[in-house]
Ligand binder design. Structure first.
Ligand SMILES: Cc1cc2nc3c(=O)[nH]c(=O)nc-3n(C[C@H](O)[C@H](O)[C@H](O)COP(=O)(O)OP(=O)(O)OC[C@H]3O[C@@H](n4cnc5c(N)ncnc54)[C@H](O)[C@@H]3O)c2cc1C
Length: 330
């Protein structure tokens, strides 16, 4: 079993930001990522609301964060990043198990963010990755010349349809309501690009063989059903906090998110959480900011644990935790 001071699960803006603070404080920090580095931030389109980052592609922002985390000082902080999927977390022992390895940490920071919401329709699970996509950004190269059905009504849905339209002429968007939630400028772009929009329409079933072949859609006003030929279905109906690990580890929840105290600590001592799994605002800056706080509090926790064990360390020598240290010796 490998040992680290800090193990951070998830390399989205929250997890990457946390690692900057723990590594800079001198704690050996490992960030573990199961999909792609950058999380949702890496599939965001134009990001215009991150201070210090001029409006640009989310993947550029997240590439920068990754470089800052993994580059050796002085270019970065020199934390470690591994591409492994975490399958379980033992909160009491602070053991993190991935598909490849097992790690014991002094403290753990959970930053598993959110996953794309599923529709729960017949065939969705069977065809996920076989023509059913939740990430137009990552799959768009494969849409070329194909029939693409986009499901949803928000800005991400509209952006996904517009992106698909850059590589294929056959894009249809369906939405269950009478109008889209997307900004009107987006709706206008969809119209300008000649993307067909079917309102009051829901996806009922996905059919096919080895790959998606047809979609059964239903008009929720008239009840009329039709089966249409498709090669790709892009589902963009929102996100939901990815709390599976937290729940299985027995962390206390607050509704659908992980409960934390004012120091970002969960109900289990030494286990911190940050970002969308705690229900913070769905913004890069909110997750990054929570990540920074979790990193700082985790670092402080580690320092005080050392002090409690009576161990001398640089922070105490330099006066950083000197008061607590002296109090322990008295
Ligand atoms: C299409 C889109 C556009 C957006 N545009 C903007 C925007 O313009 N501006 C803005 O401010 N915000 C935007 N957002 C929202 C923003 O990206 C999120 O709020 C932010 O990324 C959340 O950060 P996070 O670190 O909490 O979680 P996430 O970004 O979800 O990262 C969590 C990470 O944890 C990993 N993970 C989960 N489980 C495991 C496991 N078991 N093992 C290992 N790793 C695991 C995931 O793979 C993921 O990489 C957008 C989101 C999307 C989807």
């Amino acid at each position: 079993m490998e040992e680290r001071d800090v193990v951070i699960i998830g390399a989205g803006p929250a997890g990457l930001s946390a690692s900057v603070f723990t590594q800079l404080d001198g704690w050996s920090t490992l960030v573990i990522e199961g999909n792609w580095v950058g999380g949702q931030g890496a599939i965001a389109y134009t990001v215009s609301n991150y201070p210090g980052f001029l409006p640009g592609d989310g993947s550029i922002l997240m590439d920068n964060m990754e470089k800052q985390v993994t580059s050796t000082p002085p270019s970065g902080v020199g934390a470690e990043l591994r591409r492994e999927r975490v399958i379980s977390l033992k909160a009491e022992d602070k053991v993190v198990t991935t598909e490849e390895n097992e790690y014991r940490a002094q403290t753990i920071i959970l930053a598993t963010g959110s996953t794309m919401q599923k529709l729960g329709v017949l065939g969705e699970e069977r065809f996920a990755g076989k023509g059913v996509s939740y990430y137009a950004r990552r799959d768009v190269d494969q849409f070329s010349g194909k029939r693409v059905l986009v499901v949803g009504g928000g800005n991400t849905t509209a952006k996904s349809a517009l992106l698909a339209k850059t590589v294929t002429s056959q894009v249809t968007l369906i939405h269950r309501r009478e109008s889209l939630r997307a900004y009107s400028i987006m709706t206008k772009s969809l119209q300008k690009e000649g993307i067909e929009i079917w309102y009051n329409t829901e996806l009922k079933e996905i059919r096919g063989g080895d790959w998606v072949q047809t979609a059964v859609v239903v008009n929720n006003k008239t009840g009329a059903e039709k089966e249409i030929g498709v090669d790709w279905i892009v589902i963009c109906v929102g996100t939901e906090p990815d709390t599976r690990l937290a729940r299985e580890a027995g962390l206390e929840m607050k509704g659908t998110v992980v409960k934390i105290n004012s120091q970002m600590m969960t109900s289990k001592p030494g286990i911190f959480a940050c970002g969308e799994i705690t229900g913070c605002d769905r913004h890069l800056i909110s997750s990054a900011s929570q990540g920074a706080c979790a990193g700082m509090y985790a670092s402080e926790y580690l320092a005080l644990e050392k002090v409690k064990r009576g161990e001398m360390f640089e922070g105490a020598k330099n006066g950083k935790y000197a008061d607590e240290y002296m109090a322990m010796l008295r």
